[in-house]
Design a binder for this molecule. Structure first.
Ligand code: ADQ
Length: 480
């Protein structure tokens, strides 16, 4: 029986080892949820890194990890500390991530890290080749594995390969600055179907293929050697029902032992508003910008002092990379300065949490907030914006969303802003805080209807259905 092999940098598992004993728990992230049904089908498997470097595993433990992982239908790609430093923290997060998000000034092009990127993509290819059979479908995810589609295609030309990019694909003018631009594009077009979150990313990619590789591009098809490669957009959704049902349960059951929820409730009332922002601590998310814009708002509309509070949750991320350490310092300082500037004995303008919250606390935050302020400088999609909408069981609340997030393309009923304009920011925040309930509900209901229909499962199924069509097309071409 043919199977689908899902491939991503990290496996959908959290593996931890304490006192030589092993613990494995499934991850609950968007991708893991979306792929759950695909992964569960038939004898499908997931290939990726376990999160534990090879050096931390002696041979007995290594065997045990492999066995436990196998029970979850996963196969791990062994990576060393050097691999992680050079391929993940290095090339992926210091070259590809900033460049693809238009942060040219953060981009480092290092030959040694490029070599590591090629080496690790090859390691992934080897594990795939050990596990693949004729007729299998491979679905590769994200920017850490851009070379992988071609590496598989070279060895197994008849395999159907899909690739999905979770971050933006930058415009040609940005992408052309990349020293290994040809190699990256050639790696990607080893796939038979390439998926992006938005039509713009798709267009940027096709433009680079046409101008850098000089290949023929017809609408959304690339002709390469004797192959036809399809390119399309598939905006990723969320597990809508999971968020909606959790929110319903949280708002309808007594909350005596939920301290976090109670504390939040003490600070919301008719004339006290909670404004929420949630992100990974990443410079693409526009966190310092948002804090400064909030200061601008309080200066422009002083009537909101003591009335509006920004609850800002930042999840630690990539803290070994210097730019992320700098961002953390800058954020801490800004929060301190602004709280110092405005705070009164009964009010602090910004509540700042720097940690990951449990799912229950996350839901409590979503349901307690009057406004969600999602203002990245650049973001492939942004699932937090969608999660906030899914938790508004009474269809109240207002979403303020950056035009630079992929999600803005399908969330027109949000208040869309340019995150670089403090004026736009302040005026729309005031508008959100004053918005009549019927307008809030009208906008929210449109958003909810769309997100419920196009959820993450639908996203995965549509991608795979398109891949299946591509396979048939390929069959027809070969038959000719
Ligand atoms: P990310 O940059 O990680 O993903 P995002 O889409 O916002 O960004 O997803 C973050 C996820 O983490 C959300 O599901 C959220 O619930 C969760 N999360 C955030 N804060 C949390 C906290 N404090 N505690 C627990 N969980 C928290 C990349 C791209 C995005 C793209 C996704 C999916 O950068 O643009 O939307 O992949 O393709």
């Amino acid at each position: 029986m043919n199977k689908t092999i899902i491939v991503s940098n990290r496996l959908p598992l959290q593996v931890s080892i304490k006192n030589n004993s092993l613990k494995i728990i499934p991850s609950v992230g968007g991708l893991a949820t979306g792929m759950k049904s695909v992964h569960a089908e038939g004898n499908g498997i997931w290939i990726g890194w376990s999160g534990i470097p090879e050096e931390e595993l002696d041979s007995a433990l290594s065997k045990e990890v492999a066995q436990e992982i196998q029970k979850e239908k996963c196969v791990s790609v062994p990576l060393s500390i050097k691999d992680i430093e050079e391929y993940y923290e290095g090339f992926s997060n210091k070259a590809l991530w900033p460049l693809f998000h238009y942060f040219m000034e953060y981009t480092e092009f290092k030959e040694q890290e490029w070599e590591a990127y090629k080496r690790v993509n090859q390691k992934f290819a080897e594990v795939i080749l050990e596990n693949i059979e004729d007729g299998d479908t491979v679905w590769v995810h994200d920017y850490q594995l851009l070379l992988l589609p071609q590496l598989i295609k070279d060895k197994k030309p008849n395999t159907t390969i899909g690739f999905f990019l979770h971050i933006p694909f930058p415009s040609y003018e940005i992408f052309r600055t990349f020293p290994w631009r040809k190699e990256i594009l050639t790696g990607m077009i080893g796939a038979d179907l390439l998926g992006f979150h938005t039509y713009d990313y798709e267009r940027h990619f096709l433009s680079s293929v046409k101008r850098i590789l000089r290949l023929e591009v017809n609408f959304n098809q690339i002709s390469y050697q004797d192959r036809l490669i399809m390119v399309d957009s598939f905006p990723m959704g969320i597990d809508y029902d999971k968020f909606y049902n959790a929110a319903l349960e949280h708002s309808s059951t007594p909350q005596e032992n939920r301290e976090f929820y109670q504390r939040l409730q003490e600070h919301t009332s008719e004339d006290k508003k909670l404004i929420l922002s949630i992100d990974r601590m990443d410079y693409t998310k526009g966190i310092p910008n948002r804090i400064k814009a909030f200061e601008y708002f309080l200066d422009k509309f002083p009537e909101y002092k003591e009335k509006a509070r920004l609850v800002m949750l930042a999840v630690p991320s990539r803290s070994n990379v210097p730019q992320y350490q700098k961002l953390k310092r800058e954020t801490d300082e800004l929060v301190g300065r602004i709280n110092g500037k405005f705070a009164t004995v009964s009010w602090t303008p910004i509540w700042y949490f720097y940690r990951a919250l449990s799912f229950d606390d996350l839901i409590d935050l979503y349901i307690s907030s009057d406004v969600a302020l999602i203002t990245p400088i650049r973001d492939g999609m942004n699932l937090v914006a969608k999660e906030y909408v899914a938790t508004r069981t009474k269809s109240d609340g207002v979403l303020i969303l950056s035009e630079m997030a992929g999600a803005s393309k399908e969330m027109n009923e949000a208040l869309l802003i340019n995150p670089n304009s403090f004026e736009d920011f302040a005026d729309n925040l005031k508008r959100a805080l004053c918005m009549p309930l019927d307008e809030q509900q009208k906008r929210m209901k449109f958003l909810q209807k769309r997100l419920k229909r196009y959820n993450v499962e639908k996203w995965a199924k549509e991608f795979l259905a398109s891949l299946e069509t591509t396979k048939q097309l390929k069959g027809a071409i070969i038959a000719k």
